[in-house]
Structures are given as C-alpha cells and as structure tokens.
Design a protein around this ligand. Sequence first.
Ligand code: GDP
Length: 529
Amino acid sequence: MSDILSQDWRDRRTFAIISHPDAGKTTLTEKLLLFGGAIALAGAVKGRKAAHHATSDWMKMEQERGISVTSSVMQFPYHGKVINLLDTPGHEDFSEDTYRTLTAVDSALMVIDCAKGVEERTIKLMEVCRLRTTPIFTFVNKLDRDGREPMEILDEIERVLHIQCAPVTWPIGMGRSLKGIYHLARDTVYFYTTGKGGASINHGETVVGLDNPRLDTLLPDIIDDFREEIHFLREVGNPFDHEAYLRGELTPVYFGSAISNFGVEEMLTDFAQLAPPPRPHRTTEREVAPQEEKLTGFVFKIQANMDLKHRDRIAFMRVNSGTFRAGMKLWQVRLGREVKIPDALTFLAAEREHAQEAFAGDIIGIHNHGTIRIGDTFTEGESLQFTGIPDFAPELFRRVQLKDPLKMKALLKGLAQLCEEGATQFFKPLIGSDLILGAIGVLQFEVVQQRLETEYNVKCQFESVAVATARWIEAPNDKALKQFIDKNQANLAHDHYEQLVYIAPSRVNLQLTQERFPDIVFSQTRDHL
Ligand code: GDP
C-alpha cells in the first residue's frame, strides 16, 4: 500500500479529534479507518478504549502496548491524500499528552454529542487549539438519537466556543424520524438507512437537487418544511469561507451518526479537500517552511514500553520539512550530536511497518533509550529549535516520600527521565529538601509511582502537599527578579529545567502576589527550549 501513497507534503492532512468523553471519538475513528481501507485496525481501536477508570485496568491495558503504540498515529490514504490521525488518550487524566499532541497537528476535528452539546472537556481543548489558531472541522454526532435542535447546537458552539459555524450538512429529522442529511454545497440529499454501519459503508439513496421531485415522493410529509428550513438557513447562516476556516475563526459543521456510519464519508471527503496541509513552523532562529529540502522535526510525545522485556521507548517525531529516509543520520540539536535512525516506525494503518520515507506532516516513531526529550528538535545539521511545545501548569501536587533514603540518586534519575518524557513535572522548593511532583490528572501520579518501582527499582509514596497551582516566573530585569525572590522564598521552586516557578498555596494567594508584583509575568505554560 505504501507504493501508492503520495510523496507530496501538500497532500498530508495531519489532525487529531477533540471531544468530551463519550461523544463518539473512538467510534468515529474506527469509521474513518474503514474509509481508509484499514479495517483490521478498526477493531484494535475499540479494543484499547480506556473505558475503565481503575488504574489497574489502565495499567494492564497499557501493558498491551503493541496496539497502542501503533494506533497512537494512524496513517491512511484517502482520495489521493495521506491522512495522519493522531490519537489522544481517552482518559482525561492524561490531557497533558493531548495538549502536546495538538501541537503536532495542522487541524482538528471536533466531535459534539447532539444531545449534550458543548461539554467541558471540549471547551478546554478548544482553548488549547486557539493558542495556535488551529483550524477546526465539526461533526455533530449521534443523529440516530433524539438530540437538540440543530440551530440550537450551532448557537451554543458560537456562543461558548467563540467560533462561527458554517453548516455544510444539515439533518432531515433526528432520532427515530431521521431521514437523511442535506449537503448544502453539493445540493444533495443522502438518505439514511437504519441499522448499524458495522464493518460496511452505509449507503442509502442519494438525490441531487433540493427541488428534485424524487424528494416529494420520498419525503411527502416533510419536504416542504425542509425546503423552507434550508432557504432560511442559507439566508441567516454563515456561508463556508475557506480563509476564515484556515484562520480558525469559522468551523464547517457536519451532522451524522458515527455508529451507523452515516454522514461520515461526506465529512471526510470535504476534510481531505479543505483541511490544511502542513504549515510553516516557528523556531528560535527562523520560520521553517514545509517545502524546504532539508529534514527538520520535533518530538511531541514519548511513549514508554511497559513490557519489561522491551524497555525501550518510542519518541514520536513530527516531520516539519524535508524527507526522512530510513537509515539517515539526524542532528539532535539539544545534545549537539549526530544520531543514526535505522529503524524508525511509520504508522500506515493497514500494515505497520518500518519507515522507508516520510514527508512534512508525517509522524515517525524513533526508538529511544532515554536520550530523547519532549520538545527535542532534529535537523540535518542546522542549529535551530522548534518552539510552541509547552508544558502546562500542573493542577495537582504531591510530595515524594522515599521509602529507602539510600535510593535518592535513583529517584532523581527516574524523576528526571519521567519529566523529560512528559509523564510528570517536578519541583524543588528553594527552601527545604522536599521534592514536589505536579500533574494534571491524578492517574499520572500512579503511573509515575509504578514506573519508578519497575524501571528504577525505587519505592516511594506520595503525600498531599499545600500547593494549589503553579506559575512559571519571568521578570523584566535582574533587580525585579531578586526583589521578587527575596520576598517570596517560601513559595518558590525550580523545575527540572532550573526554571523559577511560583508554587501557590491557594489561588487567592496567587492572585494577591500577582497584584503585589505587577511587573512579574506569571505563565501557565512553559515552552520546551
Ligand atoms: P469516546 O469516549 O468519545 O471515544 O466515545 P465512544 O466512541 O466510545 O462512544 C461512546 C458511546 O456512544 C458508545 O457506547 C458508543 O457506542 C456510542 N456512540 C458513538 N457514536 C454513536 C452514534 O452515532 N449514535 C449512537 N446512538 N451512539 C453512539
């Protein structure tokens, strides 16, 4: 299959799905893979869904990593394009991983449950997308069930997510009375046939033209009202504007039912056409354009292999320019050294295989024995560093209690490694000898605890600590910095990268400190540089 993949970076469509749990991300992913001809993998996606919230289940699932490493990125050809779908963890405790994955995509697909509308996690993920003005496609799912009025859903998206909606497909009925969808741009009605799409592609009748008399025959009771509705929609709704979509200001909206495989193909076909190819990326030195000949890329995710027999980790690198060829030598900028990449992985969904070639927009997996960090840039020799791969301020904190004090060195080594993989963050207060871990989800702590034990042979416990939130500190000059440090010693720490962090015992305390030191910048994110 790899022979027929386009080798043109402009044909890459690299994206992730953002949604609240249960909106249908897993189901939709499976259907997308079906269209991409990767039926075998579709089952694997379902198999690994983290429906269980108990850590033990999660850990067990992660031990069967064979699946999850390869389904972290799913590549498939579609209509001459190469689609790279980057999976994000199902469990919200790993949302940090999701945030970073969003730095490696060119666009996102937002899935909304038609009965529930815009939910909390979607709001948060949209905020992250907005940091990089990521273009957003919207799929309103579960049309086979009764949901809210379509217009009401659009209003809510616009109001809550501050993005304009351009309806592209529009439902004819909903729930038990679902008849089909109408594609406004193609002026075509796609009829719904009941029953689950399962492994097949669900095709009902297609009727071209809203005025087609065939519709009067098929939908005698409702077609007049529906024509009026569409007439009204064309008058009041936003027309699709490609430029506004690319600027992240407007989202095309599609309706469908992932489980019945209905409305998905119409969306995917437009997505392959309209979603952006790789864009230029900023570095500390200059902007890197995808058409540049020399290879550049950055690491946005590191996945540990929990199978003790295979201790290696996979670093996921997004290619930003040039062509990767198997066996080539790359320059790891941070360490200033050359590394040979003999057996990088690609993620072609139907046939996981070693990468022979990869182009801008593609993701490759590099075997890593602990020398690669999140945020690392690889080039063919040029010294530059991609920016915008952030750490997010943790929301949960624990003090580390070592069971055997003689293991301190191993503990520090383990924590350093886990920090560089993005599994956790750790902070050393300026005063005292505590070690404080930070995370966004509580499961992260459990994973760290287990990995310290199995990989570094260090047993420790985590205790609660009076820290509510953290902010990275920047001062306009040395004098202001010194003054700030002198006054706030008790609430300051260094992170793993020796950056100064304010660890606030409460949000009120943070607010008061910010008011007292207006010159100091308190950041919620820290770039990996
Ligand atoms: P995720 O948590 O976002 O990955 O959601 P899933 O894909 O696992 O879906 C959550 C639940 O909603 C599952 O029980 C699915 O079977 C169901 N579901 C997903 N899509 C649809 C749909 O189009 N219609 C209906 N009725 N149920 C759906």
